[in-house]
Design a protein around this ligand. Structure first.
Ligand SMILES: N[C@@H](CCC(=O)N[C@@H](CS)C(=O)NCC(=O)O)C(=O)O
Length: 203
């Protein structure tokens, strides 16, 4: 049985969404970040980073949302959530997965750290502005790809769309971009999928 450890509207949304797309049975174990439940020694033995999401498949444990959604997609090849291993399509899939994690997620985390995570005296407003400016370039590359659409890999929805939709919603929330017809239509379309993890809202 697959068990997802997660909480609310965090990166665990990505893993829950992938699980729902897979149609596989799973257990969702909430760990309350607001109450600091992830800081326990018990949880550190599961994930030394003390972060969520974490996926467990029997004795097997996986952290990093990108790795988790890819693993889930690979469990159900018939659903086409990940391209076939060793194919050129698979290489392109990893290209976008890495791009999203390095050029969007990591930048968004820099914005979070300088907005509220760091001690007030360590926050840097200019770092936020520069990071947002850097992101315009990567968002331009993503936009050009989505214009070919309807999904990031073309005709087929894949778990990399889950990663992208989550980052685009986050970037909009942090005002990296305001109205953008392409991003708005894409995230709206994806949020209408039956498997969209809307149950994690308001947590
Ligand atoms: N790169 C990791 C990031 C994991 C991460 O930082 N998760 C956040 C929630 S979105 C977390 O657990 N934060 C708790 C903390 O930093 O104390 C991933 O994609 O899974």
């Amino acid at each position: 049985m697959l068990t997802l450890i997660g909480f609310g509207q965090t990166r665990s949304m990505r893993a829950l969404w992938a699980l729902k797309e897979s149609g596989l049975p799973y257990d969702y174990q909430e760990i309350n970040l607001k109450e600091g439940a992830h800081q326990s020694e018990e949880f550190a033995r599961i994930n030394p980073n003390k972060t969520i999401p974490v996926l467990r498949d029997g004795e097997f444990t996986l952290f990093e949302s990108g790795a988790i959604v890819t693993y889930i997609g690979d469990l159900v090849p018939e659903k086409g959530l990940t391209p076939k291993a060793y194919s050129k399509e698979r290489a392109i899939f990893h290209q976008w997965m890495d791009y999203i994690n390095c050029e969007l997620d990591a930048c968004l985390f820099t914005i979070e750290k300088n907005s509220w995570r760091y001690r007030e005296e360590d926050r840097n407003e200019r770092a936020i502005e520069c990071t947002k400016a850097d992101m315009q370039k990567s968002l331009g590359v993503i936009q050009a790809q989505l214009e070919k659409g309807p999904y990031l890999l073309g005709e087929t929805f894949s778990v990399v769309d889950i990663m992208l939709a989550h980052c685009l919603n986050w970037a909009r929330y942090r005002e990296v971009f305001k109205a953008n017809e392409v991003f708005d239509a894409y995230t709206k379309k994806l949020s209408k999928r039956e498997s969209y993890p809307r149950e994690l809202y308001n947590k």
